[in-house]
Design a protein around this ligand. Sequence first.
Ligand code: SF4
Ligand code: SF4
Length: 231
Amino acid sequence: MGIAEVNSTAIKALAGEIGFDKVGIIGPEHTNGPPWTRSVLVLAMATLDPAFDHEMYIEYDGRRRWHKFVYTILEAQGARLAHALREEGLRAESLTFEDSFGCIDLRVAAVQAGLGVRGLNEVVVTPKYGPRVRFTALFTDAELARDHPLQDYYCVNCTRCWGACPTGAIGPRGFDRSRCIAEFAPTPEMAERQREMLTFPTPATRLQCRACLDSCPVGERQGVFYFDVIP
Ligand code: SF4
Ligand code: SF4
């Protein structure tokens, strides 16, 4: 997996080979990664199919929680990219979701990296996939060319996501986290609302609410039908 020359183009191509759909690069400002960080790769994966938002209730290492498998994929791909960069003699550390809250605000970073713009649904809306993406990040000591925020704005004459939200969590007054049923760590009151409003294919699996994502007209909305691509 060696890359002959370490630069932003080569690293983005490598990230694409590993499975990321979009990559942007920012400086370490506004992030709280390792002190040797010179560049931060913000890595996006399209999640067009609602199955990406299935969660499973697991007990691991003494903790019980809902777990979303797309985050496992992002962590694994990020670790693979970090390993490849270390093979090139760079320092590189990918994000784990346990430490993401203290290290980086992924939505802010994605906007800074030019991957999308903040929409009225409060998530990052990308030109190609709309808001149907998930992000992770990788810190490296490589000095790489920076990307810049997009100058676009997609929410002109559109408030579709406001109308799609079943709880009124998004609207003219912004985002009310206490009403959003897509919370990982719900309060008892919210857990009750989730039980009433979310789909539970089995007692231990949950399909999260993504009505605000699926209603957005920006970008692609359908994933490939996987039987068409199985060799
Ligand atoms: S995830 Fe669901 S509840 Fe939360 S803001 Fe979006 S539509 Fe509303
Ligand atoms: S649904 Fe409309 S208002 Fe909401 S984020 Fe998408 S473009 Fe913006």
